[in-house]
Structure formats: structure tokens, C-alpha cells
Design a protein around this ligand. Sequence first.
Ligand SMILES: Cc1cc2nc3c(=O)[nH]c(=O)nc-3n(C[C@H](O)[C@H](O)[C@H](O)COP(=O)(O)OP(=O)(O)OC[C@H]3O[C@@H](n4cnc5c(N)ncnc54)[C@H](O)[C@@H]3O)c2cc1C
Length: 468
Amino acid sequence: MLRNADEYRAGLRDGRRVIYNGEPVADVTADPELRVAVDHSALCYDITELEPELAVSKDEDGEYSTFFHVPRTPEDLVRRGRLIEAVSRLGAGTIVLKEVGSDALFGLLRATTGEGLENAREFHRRCRDGDLALAVAQTDVKGDRTVPPHAQPDPDLYLRIVDEDADSITVRGAKVHTSFSANADELVVLPTRAMGPDDADYAVSFAIPVDTPGVTLYVSPFLHGERNEFEHPLSSRHKLLESLTVFDDVRVPKDRVFLNREAERAGRLAIAFVDYHRFTAINYKLPLLDMFVGAAGLVAEANGIAKAGHVRDKLARLISYAETVRGLAELAALRSRPGEHGIQLPDPLTTNMAKYHFAHGYAEAKSILMDLSGGLLATGPGGADWANPEVRAVLEKYFAAAVPAEQRLRLLNFVADLTARDYGGYQAVLATHAEGSLEAEKLQMARSYDATRAREYVARLAGLETSA
Ligand SMILES: Cc1cc2nc3c(=O)[nH]c(=O)nc-3n(C[C@H](O)[C@H](O)[C@H](O)COP(=O)(O)OP(=O)(O)OC[C@H]3O[C@@H](n4cnc5c(N)ncnc54)[C@H](O)[C@@H]3O)c2cc1C
């Protein structure tokens, strides 16, 4: 039931159609750049050996990855949160792989009905027993954001059903930003929004192997290029890949379909996934937040400014930022409640508050860290300079501060990779948009907050007869 990292890599060598930098890629595990993403995601398999008490679960059928364990109690969610944090710690504060697919499975198990639910249960068993890696293609390209799917000038701007027979449906369109698509075994497709009756063809959810005919993955070139470890201590080892995921009349067998034209259930399913995915987000961000706090303290010491009043103030703000997210992440599990079919639901209000707090505070945290580090983030020496003994002697003389130059430069390169260079830009966009934008989180907070207590209290104090 449990695979190791090499078995995971072997499963990716199939006929999948991947385009990177304008060229087809024959084997994603051998491509010098995409391999970094494969190795990053393989950490999800390494962790079963490194932390078996967290990462391995057991039932009467045997051992399986805890990622596939359907939460039934608050303790299950606390354990899931710890596992997500642990694997993210291995992955330098970035989501690794199995988190997103299992979020989708839990959403499907809660929000589908009838044949769709039976198919979802069977698919969950198959993923768990095969220890499969899933990518989730939810976000459509969407065209004009204010126009519903059926009214878009091009009917393919949301993925839709274009044909159906007794055994299959055929789908056409594209999803975008699909993380892990080229290094997963299966693609899980979910609707991205609520739909009206006119959008029925667009209300579709299913799962297919990544090498299914008609699927093409156009992988984004972000973080493209050779990176030496001195200048890029994080992004030389850790990378995600995202794709424009095109479905060109793809045939999907009906036993793999979870939602087939049930427009009224599309929004419900979209949110049921998000309920888990934002809980994943607030837990996998915790090591990233530790990186901000840790780097700020170390860089301040390296520059000799650790005792300055403004530095202590900035460190306190970073600590408050990071620990507020941590506290809310724990609270989201503790305040969880049973959802449909007894599957435990992280508290949506607390989860969205944590995600919003994280995303909203990210720019300030980044700015504090850049402030404490100084201008060498942009003007410092590179890996080739450091490798040349003559140049290095100059750098060692002139870049020493409260610590030797090597320690200071390695710290500054860590901060530059995290905040100022292309990986820093990637992380900033990830913080703003991935797992939903700030507005989406505010919407969920407003929906989940029960205002009765607050309104009744004011009504009583103000002498009103009713709180309506
Ligand atoms: C690195 C990364 C990885 C991702 N991974 C995945 C993944 O694996 N799978 C997946 O399915 N998705 C993934 N996403 C997608 C992510 O969920 C979306 O980026 C997010 O939901 C925002 O959607 P968008 O990018 O289309 O931006 P938009 O929706 O275009 O948002 C841009 C702005 O428009 C506003 N807006 C949007 N619609 C309206 C409207 N109707 N009225 C008024 N304002 C509006 C938004 O609030 C925002 O301010 C990923 C994104 C990133 C950046």
C-alpha cells in the first residue's frame, strides 16, 4: 500500500504530454529543471520513512499514507495538520504534493451524492491502496470574471461536457495554475464556482490518469534556469510546477465521474474542497513563517543590530504574525465539527481568518526582513565570485560584519531567494492567490460568522426590541 520515492518517480514515466519552454518533455523525472519539482514532491514519500508515527496509518487492511486518512475527529485533524507542517518543513515551507489531492478526496466524499459518491468512494480506495499522487485542477481560465460560464463569448473558457454516451462523457476546455500536474499520477477535476441551470454542461467533476489521450500540460517556465546553491539555497532544491491543463475532447469513463451536469451541486463541491485546502494552506505555511522569524533574528545578529529598539519592535511584529497563524491553525482543528457522512470539517471561520491573516500580513513581513537585511539582497556577490579564491578573499575581508563574511552572505542569499529574487516573487503570488484570493477568504469569513450573539448584545444594550 505504501510506495517509496523511487516507485513514485517510476510511475511518472508514461506517455504524458508535457510542454516546457515550448518543447515536449519525454520524461519529467530526467529533465534537469522539472526533476527539481519531482524531487521536492518525492518528500511526501520520504516522510513515511522519516516520520512513520505521523505519516503512516493502519486499519484492518494494512498500512496506508496518513494523507488519505479520512478525518472523523478533531484529533484526526490535529494530526493531519502536524503531518502537513512536518512535510512542509522538509520542503522549505512550500506545499509538497499529497496534501492537495487528499483535500479534494475529502471534499468529494462530503459533497457528492448517488453514483458520484459511489465513484468517489471507490476512487478514494484506489488512491489510498495505490498510494497515488494527485493534482487538483479546479481553477478554470474563466475569461471575463463577471460573466457566467455559458455566457462567455468562447464556450471553452470553463471546462465543459461536449458529449455523453452510456459509458463515458467527453470534456473540452482548460484549467490553469494546476500545481503538480506533470508530476502526479492522476488529475482530479473540480468545478471552480457555483453554477446556474444554464451552466449545467460546466458542472463537471472527475478523475483521470495524467497520460489520458487529449490531455496536454503546458508547464509554466517560472523559476526556469540554472541556479547555484550559493545564490539560491532554497530554489535550487525546491520548486513546484504549474500548468495550463488543456482537455482536448477527453473521454472520461463514467465510473470516474463524480459530478455530471448537477449544476446545483457545483458550488457546494467547490467549497467542500476549499474547506480542506485552506486548512492545508495554514498548516503548510507554518515553516515558511518560522523562516521569516528565524531569518530576521539571524540577519539582525549578523549585521550587529540585534539590540536596536526598532529591530526588537520588528521582530516582535514578525513573531506575532507567525504565531497568530499557528494558533488559529490549531484552533481550526479544535473547533472542527462533523460534516456530511461524519467527515470532520475544520472550522471554516477560523481557517479563513488564518489564511486571510497570513496573506494580508505577507507583504509587511517580507518588507521587515528586507529592511533588516540591507541592500546586499540586490547587490551582493554571486556563486561564481565565491568559488574564485582570489575574489573570495576580497569578499571575506569586506563583507564581514558581526559574524564572518561567509555566514553573513549565506544568510543574505537565503533572504534574497526568499524575498527579492524570482522565487521570492513566486512566493508572494502564492501567498496572495493560491488556495484562494483575499476576497474569497473574506467572503467565507462573512458566510461562516454567526452574528446572532453580537447583534443581540447590542440590541439589548441599546434598548432595541429586536436584533433583526
Ligand atoms: C502558485 C499557484 C498555485 C496554484 N495551484 C492551483 C492548483 O493546484 N489547482 C487549482 O485549481 N488552482 C490553483 N491555483 C489557483 C488559485 O486558486 C487562483 O489563482 C485563485 O483562486 C485566484 O484566481 P485567478 O488566479 O484566476 O485570479 P482572479 O480570479 O482573476 O483574481 C484577480 C482579482 O480579480 C478579483 N475577482 C475575480 N473574480 C471577480 C468577480 N467576479 N468580481 C469582482 N472581482 C473579481 C479577485 O478578487 C482578485 O482581486 C494556484 C495559484 C497559484 C498562484
